[in-house]
Design a protein around this ligand. Structure first.
Ligand code: FES
Length: 111
């Protein structure tokens, strides 16, 4: 764990736990965070794991390219920007900066 001015970098998982095209839900403090690893070395991204529409875990959903589809009502978000891209979602998703270091995934959590 490393603290900089506004965020604390927290180890969330190892890269080996997250295959290409996979999603992993992790707990960081009292937050549930979803990690996404895009295919074709597209990078790793992090968002809140709970959908902004109702209580559903996006880590139970389906990742299609940069889009995560919610398992409950089929709403969808862009995992890079958090932007809602499909109804019934009306509120964007919180995203978090990700850093990869020595095969480990770190997420920047606001302080
Ligand atoms: Fe995610 Fe409804 S809970 S779209």
């Amino acid at each position: 764990m490393t603290t900089t001015e506004n965020v604390t970098w927290v180890r969330a998982a190892s890269l080996a736990e997250l295959g290409e095209g996979a999603i992993l839900g992790v707990a960081i403090g009292d937050k549930s965070i979803a990690l996404y690893r895009l295919e074709d070395e597209g990078g790793v991204f992090a968002t809140d794991n709970i959908c902004t529409h109702a209580l559903a875990y996006l880590s139970d959903g389906w990742l299609d390219g940069e889009t995560i589809e919610c398992p409950l009502h089929g709403g969808a978000f862009n995992v890079k920007t958090g932007k809602g891209v499909c109804a019934p979602v009306t509120k964007d998703l919180q995203t978090y900066e990700v850093r990869l270091e020595d095969g480990e995934i770190y997420v920047a959590m606001p302080r």
